[in-house]
Design a protein around this ligand. Structure first.
Ligand SMILES: CC(C)(COP(=O)(O)OP(=O)(O)OC[C@H]1O[C@@H](n2cnc3c(N)ncnc32)[C@H](O)[C@@H]1OP(=O)(O)O)[C@@H](O)C(=O)NCCC(=O)NCCS
Length: 222
């Protein structure tokens, strides 16, 4: 089994510095589904980032600032634009498909499929506290997974989720991911090493739009 670096999963990659243009790369893709659209962050998402800054977990596992200032939120938005420019991966704002309102963030971080490293391809996500339990995480995860496997041709995507975080692992299962192992003391969150469930989506697994019943792939019996 390949050695997996432990600072992946829902963690975001190192913070980059640069001019505060807050304009996304022109060629940023926009995967679109019925429930959510994945689009670049824009300055109107400052309020969303400020609310995520108040969450006890999000600033620990991402580069969302732990202080709610406007300048810090704009700097976060600019960092998301830099991800694609630098080749680190793709960071999207999750927007409600009907209204366009930003409700969260999701990022695809390529590992072995693009870079031939020992690290897996992973996805991390968060939803703003006031937008939770409306199916946004599951819908965004299904949509980005579909984009990753069809457009980026990734054969396997992994998620690392703490066992207590039922909202996250339910979202993963709703999107078609399967739990394959519990990894003790796997990832440092804040100052503590935490156990993680590893969830995986592998080529050949049915992609699911949350809300749909699981597709039956086996032969009919009876
Ligand atoms: C985890 C998180 C992304 C879930 O987002 P969400 O949009 O509320 O998730 P969904 O609406 O898609 O919910 C998926 C399922 O989990 C359930 N759920 C959501 N939050 C839950 C919670 N706190 N406790 C128990 N169940 C929860 C939903 O009711 C839904 O249930 P269902 O499968 O029966 O339909 C969000 O709570 C969050 O951003 N938390 C902080 C950051 C984080 O944990 N990121 C993930 C790190 S691995």
């Amino acid at each position: 089994m390949p050695v997996v670096r432990r600072t992946i999963g829902p963690l975001e990659l190192p913070v980059l510095t640069g001019p505060l243009s807050t304009s996304p790369p022109v060629s940023t893709p926009r995967p679109t589904g019925t429930r959510v659209t994945l689009r670049p962050f824009c300055p109107a998402d400052v309020v969303l980032v400020q609310s995520a800054a108040q969450d006890p977990l999000i600033p620990l596992i991402t580069s969302v600032p732990s202080t709610p200032g406007r300048a810090e939120a704009l700097a976060y938005i600019e960092r998301q634009h830099q991800r694609a420019r630098s080749g680190e991966g793709w960071s999207f704002a999750i927007a409600d498909a009907e209204t366009g309102t930003g409700v969260g963030q999701i990022g695809l971080w390529p590992g072995q499929s693009l870079r031939r490293t020992g690290n897996p391809d992973t996805i991390g996500y968060w939803i703003g506290p006031e937008h939770r339990k409306r199916g946004y995480a599951g819908a965004a995860l299904a949509l980005l997974t579909e984009w990753a496997v069809t457009v980026q041709q990734m054969p396997r995507i992994e998620l690392y989720i703490e066992p207590w975080n039922k909202g996250s692992w339910r979202a993963a299962e709703n999107a078609g991911y399967t739990r394959d192992v519990l990894l003790p003391a796997w990832q440092k969150v804040g100052t503590q090493w935490r156990d993680m469930y590893r969830y995986a989506w592998t080529a050949g697994t049915a992609l699911r739009t949350p809300g749909e019943a699981p597709r039956k792939t086996g032969p009919k019996i009876g």
